[in-house]
Design a protein around this ligand. Structure first.
Ligand SMILES: Nc1ncnc2c1ncn2[C@@H]1O[C@H](COP(=O)(O)OP(=O)(O)OP(=O)(O)O)[C@@H](O)[C@H]1O
Ligand SMILES: Nc1ncnc2c1ncn2[C@@H]1O[C@H](COP(=O)(O)OP(=O)(O)OP(=O)(O)O)[C@@H](O)[C@H]1O
Ligand SMILES: [Mg+2]
Ligand SMILES: [Mg+2]
Lengths: 224, 224
């Protein structure tokens, strides 16, 4: 499904080069459940952004379902992102002037579902993350963990087959975090592929495989 | 130092009332080290914002060093916030067009230190949180955990006697999180008062007292 081969990502800050990823080679098969761990700044979000087609590598190959992502044009990338990938951002990236409901509904707006069909699905997903009573609040009227759950709901609403979650429980207490992990468990059992970044060992242990990054490189790749 | 008595905070969303804090009575003495825990949405950040003079209660009393905060005018509140309180926000609140260095330096700009004196102190604090190599990056050029550490450095730069940290290790791996806890430990040993919100038990155990919130109320208040 996902084949990264000799991937490099180097940022440029003024004249300085920041090598965020070096020589990354990882294969992820359909229905896998993978956790990515590593110290702050080790390249986890950078790797997720490339897998999620939000950024392109400086060097190396990324094949998604056999297609070389670097050769796709913007429309094809946008299509993949909306149809196949659900992305939970480390910093949520919610639209501040829309309510939780509207933020979660957004990925459905250009789809084929009727307004009633959309609304039912939005309520179902908002309920699944425990936010029914907060659906009409805007992000500034929500707690940190509530915003995180809106971001999770929005990522899942289109029933993507690949779920990329960057520290999805970072702002959640252990009970609420466990409820989110239950959702991911069900989605994986249903055949979806899950890659989650976490710095918490007990969250990583929900996955069946743990890749550890260190300074932009793969330090270990362990299957349970 | 901090006396909350019968504190209520109720938000209004449209016509709906959201009772975020109910009947909170807590005393915090100088040099205490207190952790606040509780489920997502239980009122922790709301409580921190009131203690930090960033928001006012709907009802009840908050005395800081014997002065009723509700009776102070905006200038007096701004003075307290800049001189006495260092606040690490759950969502960092960094200025996007400034570098990490400039963000950390900001609270010093209106003070009495010379530019060289400021610069030395900024480098010292940036180094203490492990960000020397990233000082000239802007927030969008930093990882989540690096942004969190810029927020921490900025909160500490003015050497405030009261440190309020809202989930300061939420985006940090355990090693980096431990380094931050060491800094807090040293500051507390030096006589500063620390209140930190966390949902992680092993972080809360660094404190000497744990207050647990549930649905806006104090559910337990335990001294180690
Ligand atoms: N500006 C606001 N307007 C309306 N409701 C609000 C506002 N800010 C917070 N709330 C609500 O008040 C409650 C408490 O919010 P608060 O941010 O204090 O929670 P928290 O304990 O910090 O949660 P988390 O662990 O998720 O950060 C939440 O249910 C939230 O939806
Ligand atoms: N746009 C950018 N420009 C320059 N450097 C960047 C940029 N984005 C990230 N970096 C740097 O690349 C490195 C990897 O960043 P990344 O966000 O992938 O780390 P991370 O593993 O997700 O960290 P964290 O656990 O703190 O979220 C960091 O050292 C960061 O400073
Ligand atoms: Mg990250
Ligand atoms: Mg909060």
């Amino acid at each position: 499904l996902i084949e990264l081969d000799g991937l490099f990502k180097t940022y440029e800050v003024g004249t300085q080069k920041v090598p965020a990823l070096k020589n990354i080679t990882i294969d992820v098969k359909e229905t896998e459940y993978l956790a990515i761990m590593g110290p702050s700044g080790s390249g986890k979000s950078t790797l997720m952004n490339i897998i999620g087609c939000l950024d392109i590598p400086t060097e190396g190959s990324y094949r998604l379902k056999g297609r070389e992502v670097g050769t796709l044009d913007d429309d094809e990338l946008a299509e993949i992102r909306s149809a196949e990938i659900g992305f939970v951002f480390q910093t949520f990236n919610l639209l501040p002037r829309m309510t939780a409901f509207q933020n979660v509904e957004l990925p459905l707006i250009y789809g084929r579902a009727s307004r009633k069909g959309r609304s039912d699905r939005v309520w179902e997903t908002i309920d699944a993350v425990g936010l029914k009573e907060r659906a009409h609040h805007r992000p500034s009227e929500l707690s940190g963990g509530q915003r995180q759950r809106v971001a999770i709901a929005r990522a899942l609403i289109n029933r993507p087959s690949i779920i990329l979650a960057d520290e999805p429980t970072g702002n959640l207490d252990s009970t609420t975090g466990e409820e989110i992990m239950q959702i991911f468990r069900q989605l994986n059992n249903a055949g979806n592929t899950i890659i989650l970044v976490t710095h918490e060992q007990y969250i990583a242990e929900h996955a069946r495989r743990i890749v550890k990054l260190l300074d932009g490189e793969v330090a270990s790749d362990t299957t349970a």
